[in-house]
Design a binder for this molecule. Sequence first.
Ligand code: HEM
Length: 495
Amino acid sequence: MTKCQCFSGHSRNCLLIAYLCQDYNFPETKTSVRRDECGDVAAVGGRTSVRWISLNKFYRELRNHKFYGLYEFFNPVLMITDPELLKHILVKDFEHFVDRRRFGDQEGSIMTEMLTNKFGEEWKDLRAVMTPTFSSGKMRSMFHLICEKADNLVSFSLKNAVNNRPVDMKDMFGRFTMDTIASCAFGIECNSLSDSKPVFADKAEQFFNFHGLKALKMIFMIVLPKLYNFLGFKVDDPQIEFFTKLSKENIELREKGERRGDFLDLLLEAKASENDIRPGKKVFGEQTLVAQSVLFLVAGYDTTASALAFSVYNIARHPQYQHQLRQELQELVKEHGSINYQGIMEAKYLDAVLMETLRLYPPGTVGERMCTKQYKIPGTDLILNPGNLIQFPLWSIHHDPHYWPEPEEFKPDRFLPQNRGSIISFTHMPFGMGPRNCIAMRFALMEAKVALAQLILAAEVKLAPGHEKLEFQDSPFLMRPKGGVMLLLTPLKKE
Ligand code: HEM
């Protein structure tokens, strides 16, 4: 029997954990993989604390090993902590780690068809078709639409802030990101920034709210997918069905000839010409288009809204940084006449504020790959076989004092050009890394920068009394503020 280290309060899980530890599936190795460490079963469900904090206890103790084994219930996972090794796995030796685990694999389900859940060649082909959606040309052409939505965000937020009323900025940013992605990608105007009950944003919010039964169901789906399917549970929840219906209607309209030059048109064109471009290869199944539309609507909503909410929280807590940011933006407006594409791309402090926020609060806290081709970990005897799971604890690496002095402090200057040279590669990965990183990184950053810039130029932000401390939802995957981010907004006079 291997030694099992349990944390206080989790002793009831010890027997189960000890049992699981006997059957550690990675091959015998003379290297530093620790076989006596086990995943904290309670932490997986986020029952006693958020998952990244539980995982960090292992990280702090074992980071020097470069990698170590954990259990996620029945699944052994190899946690990779060493930035050099991550560079190999995520970039240099990517061919051995193309996929993530099967998630929500159910025949006929929309989730199964999403890019995030595609495997091997199918993923490569679909990713190649979708990548041009985020080219610099497309970014430029979307810029004015994003500015328009950011103007709506500012007026709606200020309207809600009258009489010194606290405003939930997570809610405001969620409405903004939903309106932006729906408009930029599909030409849908969902008016979340004017409706008192924004249907689209509410549905997306419900989708990401992993509390109680929903969280348990999700864990069941991941840990015992075959039993989950056998018992007839559906992978696509009602919110996915809502977005699916919407996307189908939208695609039907386009197929009748309507064109907007957006993401959907691009995919429709790729579908129409797929046989000419890749004879004999079929990228588009019956549901492929609908699934990617739904994916963009939901993926485009939460991560960027959380990043924005965490950013304004940080600058509300640190008036000196808020002042510095506003000064940079005012100078840009003076130089360019208004907030334009070039100005946003040049704004160094704006970039630093977002990067530092994403270091402290990365919306995705753990990255993952599945071994797809046998792999010997460089410098060791450890062999990984197809199907073995590896993870990288993003949050822990972002908070490691060896890489980030005073890691809990918000210090945007770390990301200014003159200081960037001292950042160690693969220690800042809010969008993941390598060919399977976030496909929409540039879009998300541009959208967040425009929104933050417009808001900070228009209003001073302060923490609302009683809401000084940030709390997090119990979510197995995503870092999301609990109870929103409540701020007071004071309109500034236009210069
Ligand atoms: C601040 C905002 C965002 C953050 C922090 C973020 C973060 C991430 C991360 C960490 C991954 C996994 C990368 C990896 O495994 O290496 C990912 C993947 C992905 N993201 Fe984002 N994301 C953001 C915004 C968006 C937006 C706006 C969209 C869509 C419009 C989007 C679409 C996707 C897709 C489709 C994937 C899967 C890529 C693949 O499997 O090939 N993300 N994102």
